[in-house]
Write a protein that binds this ligand. Structure first.
Ligand SMILES: NC(=O)c1ccc[n+]([C@@H]2O[C@H](COP(=O)([O-])OP(=O)(O)OC[C@H]3O[C@@H](n4cnc5c(N)ncnc54)[C@H](OP(=O)(O)O)[C@@H]3O)[C@@H](O)[C@H]2O)c1
Length: 338
């Protein structure tokens, strides 16, 4: 089978197309025939940071069809269409290959009628967004229609992949959703994803605009750039708000106004999809599956997430596109759909 591999870290030029044996699934594992591999910032960052195994196949997310199941696997069988999350977490091989072996719980059955483009876009973005919306002192721990009714969510960076998923999940759960964006084109995307209000950044009047929309403050903040937005977040936060920060875009340090922050009982909540724990993963998987059943997580430009496609052999270019900040989702076509 064809696989993209690297055995040294560095620029995308370390990636090469190779022929590898198809692996057998061990106990508790499944083998998936990959149709689409999804690319996230974590994939190029991991590639650039080091090589934890002698050889690595990149990419955490993907979609495909179960091809074989190992001993003890229940609830999955050959022929099932699945979406995949964290395929390469703690393991050497991800989804940039024709057949991937992974723990069974990381291959999730797709509801009827959901395409592999949607499926390969879920993983890291949707699970991160789910966690950011549900790890809260006084908010619901699970998402469902109505779960966030009467709550206001601010999504910083509404045209990003995680931001897009956060808008969709929050809107599905009944929240009033405010998204920040940096351009008119990204405003259109955030609106298409389901945001009710758009605020442009950078803008001196950003806090005023958000306060006009949410005079009582914002209950949940999904934050991609805490270094830039910490003071703004505190200013617009409601009492008992949670600021769920999941990235270090544009800065490594946060400066927080202390009194304003504790006076509102604000929770600064870190989110990392790799380490959040199995209960958080399973809650996300269940709620995302229900959102898929409701048709709440479409992709494509009309749904606010333009897709950019690459062939498997061009995985290096796909990594570069993500590193260069491609708007929307970068996907790799690994095999034709039957
Ligand atoms: N902690 C975790 O578990 C986790 C999970 C997923 C992703 N991440 C990290 O999260 C980041 C985003 O991932 P992604 O896949 O969503 O990337 P993406 O699609 O490139 O989105 C990043 C978005 O952030 C926006 N942004 C940048 N600075 C901003 C600011 N000051 N205010 C508001 N928005 C701002 C960008 O918009 P403009 O370009 O227009 O500014 C862009 O839309 C990456 O660093 C990634 O590694 C972490």
């Amino acid at each position: 089978m064809k696989a993209i591999v690297y055995s040294e870290s560095g620029a995308s030029s370390v990636l090469s197309l190779a022929e590898r044996e198809v692996a057998e699934p061990g106990p508790g594992e499944v083998r998936v025939r990959i149709t689409v591999s999804g690319v996230n910032p974590t994939d190029w960052k991991a590639r650039a940071a080091g090589v934890p195994f002698p050889e690595v196949v990149p990419n955490q997310d993907g979609a495909g069809i179960i091809d074989a199941v190992g001993d003890g696997v229940t609830g999955l069988q050959p022929g099932d269409r699945v979406w995949i999350y964290l395929a390469a977490h703690g393991r050497p091989t991800g989804t940039a290959q024709e057949f991937a072996v992974l723990p069974a719980e990381r291959a999730v059955p797709l509801p009827e009628g959901i395409g592999f483009d949607v499926a390969a876009s879920l993983g890291v973005p949707a699970m991160t967004a789910h966690r950011a919306l549900t790890v809260h002192e006084s908010g619901p721990a699970r998402l469902a229609p109505g779960a966030l009714a009467d709550r206001t969510v601010l999504v910083q960076g509404g045209a990003g992949a995680v931001g897009h998923a956060a808008i969709q999940l929050a809107a599905w759960a009944g929240a009033t959703v405010i998204a920040t964006v940096s351009s008119d084109a990204k405003a259109e995307l955030a609106r298409a994803a389901g945001a009710h209000h758009i605020v442009r950044y950078p803008d001196d009047a950003e806090a005023d605009r958000i306060r006009e929309i949410a005079p009582d403050g914002v209950d949940h903040i999904v934050e991609v750039s805490p270094a830039q937005n910490a003071a703004l977040d505190v200013e617009v936060a409601a009492n008992h708000a949670s600021i769920a920060y999941y990235a270090n875009n544009n800065g490594e340090e946060i400066t927080v106004p202390i009194v304003a922050s504790f006076a509102k009982n604000i929770r600064w909540q870190g989110v990392l999809v790799y380490t959040e724990g199995e209960p958080a993963h399973q809650a996300a998987v269940k709620d995302i599956t229900e959102a898929l059943r409701d048709g709440a997580l479409p992709v494509g430009e009309a749904a606010g997430l333009p897709l950019t496609w690459f062939e498997l052999a061009d995985t290096a270019a796909a990594h570069d596109a993500v590193e260069d900040g491609a708007t929307g989702k970068v996907l790799i076509r690994v095999a034709a759909e039957d």
